[in-house]
Ligand binder design. Structure first.
Ligand code: SF4
Length: 228
């Protein structure tokens, strides 16, 4: 009986795409529109990266994010400030799941427009929004509660905080992308820098080069300092 030499064919190692996530907290939605404003360049983003989580565009649940491995998202772009318990929870969750967290836009970086509400407290904000507004008809003077019993059960809402916080007041932030919203070319520069960095790292690995020597190009628009 002869032994046949079995050769295992080596499959070429597939280059794994980057894994991105987008989230909006206390936001006007303008930052989400800014992402779409990169027009057909969004196809380049999709070619370079999988988008794992983007509530404005995809039907994905928080439990799906909770099930992801820690640091399985390469970059999370987080827009909007932190006004509620839910937003703080998701900021902490995404911080755990993402290698790099980007404060995207003025609201995430500094509180932005929602932060102007910090001249008032929660009660004053509710009075204006639900009671004293001339266009509001609310004879029972109902304001949002974190828990309300109805005949079908208990309805809950996340707690509305007394003040607005910037993203870095609840979690560590790696990069800041300024603007209200960040301009298109800044967004593209940031994404290009991330893709370039990944390609450099891949080339470095292939040539056994030192990854320590690889840094973001100096002229990219991702900034460690908030300048919004
Ligand atoms: S930074 Fe400006 S555009 Fe973005 S969510 Fe805040 S207010 Fe809207």
């Amino acid at each position: 009986m002869t032994k046949e030499k079995t050769e295992t064919k080596k499959e070429p190692v597939k280059d794994k795409k980057l894994q991105f996530a987008f989230y909006w907290a206390a936001s006007c939605g303008g930052c989400e529109i800014a992402v779409l404003d990169i027009d057909e360049k969004i196809l380049d983003v999709v070619a370079a990266a999988d988008i794992l989580f983007w509530p404005v565009a995809m039907d994905i649940k928080y439990k799906d994010v909770e099930a992801m491995e820690d640091k399985s998202i390469d970059v999370c772009f987080f827009n909007g400030a932190i006004r509620t318990e839910e937003q703080e929870h998701i900021a902490k969750l995404l911080r755990k799941k993402a290698k790099a967290l980007v404060a995207f836009g003025a609201c995430a970086a500094n509180g932005g427009i929602p932060g102007l509400a910090n001249i008032a407290n929660k009660e004053e904000v509710f009075n204006v929004a639900y009671l004293d507004n001339p266009s509001t008809d609310n004879p029972k003077k109902i304001t949002p509660k974190t828990s309300v019993k109805v005949k079908e059960g208990t309805l809950t809402l996340p707690e509305f905080y007394d003040t607005v916080k910037s993203l870095n007041q609840v979690v560590d932030v790696d990069y800041y992308l300024p603007g209200c919203p960040p301009p298109t070319d800044l967004i593209l520069n940031a994404v290009t820098a991330i893709v370039d960095l990944k390609n450099l790292r891949r080339k470095s690995k292939q040539s056994n080069g030192s990854m320590k020597s690889i840094r973001l190009r100096r002229n990219v628009s991702l900034s460690k300092e908030s300048s919004a």
